[in-house]
Design a binder for this molecule. Structure first.
Ligand SMILES: [Zn+2]
Length: 192
């Protein structure tokens, strides 16, 4: 019986000889797909930085990611203010769902397999792209402000296409990963 700490949720997994050397299995706690190899066996959850164990990423990566992802909103606000086209309603309609999406994504970073989290990011950004496209199409005066801030009408249409494609790719890839994990031997143990 080998002992492997899950690299995603920290559960102490008891790997029985049913799973041969080099074979894949899934963590029964978080769904991460792991390999029964020396590198996986030598990994120790307890050696990870406590912040990473708690939040799924280092403080710099997490907050850098949040700040970097929200930067365009600040730039958009500054550009429209400088041009005298700033609309508080548009700013709120852009920012609130986006910040809520970032909060959900980054709060869910811990204990979510990195690949699945990436697919979730695609799904979320895709949904936001569709929302933005609908918003700017249904409210043409806001659409004009958006276009005047440096995009062109073509970019607004691209948002809708990008949104639908990204949403579907994200959903499809998540379902595929989960299906793949579900077909593998499920290894449980002590939750972290
Ligand atoms: Zn796990």
């Amino acid at each position: 019986m080998a002992h492997i700490d899950c690299q995603c949720c920290g559960a102490g997994l008891e790997v029985t000889p049913i799973i041969p050397e080099g074979a894949q299995f899934a963590c029964a706690h978080c769904g991460l797909i792991l390999l029964n190899v020396p590198a996986a066996r030598s990994f120790r959850w307890a050696d990870l930085d406590p912040y990473i164990r708690e939040h799924g990423a280092s403080r710099a990566n997490l907050w850098g990611g949040v700040a970097g992802s929200a930067l365009w909103l600040i730039i958009f606000g500054v550009v429209t203010a400088a041009r005298g086209t700033f609309r508080p309603g548009l700013m709120l309609a852009l920012a609130l769902p986006y910040l809520a999406l970032l909060a959900v994504l980054f709060r869910g970073r811990a204990r979510t397999p990195a690949a699945l989290w990436g697919y979730r990011l695609w799904t979320g950004l895709g949904a936001y792209g569709v929302y933005l496209w609908l918003l700017l199409t249904l409210k043409p005066d806001w659409g004009e402000v958006f276009v005047a801030a440096g995009t062109d009408p073509y970019d607004v249409a691209i948002l809708g296409i990008f949104g639908v494609v990204s949403l579907l790719v994200g959903l499809f890839a998540s379902a595929r990963y989960r299906r793949r994990a579900a077909r593998l031997p499920q290894v449980g143990g002590t939750a972290a």
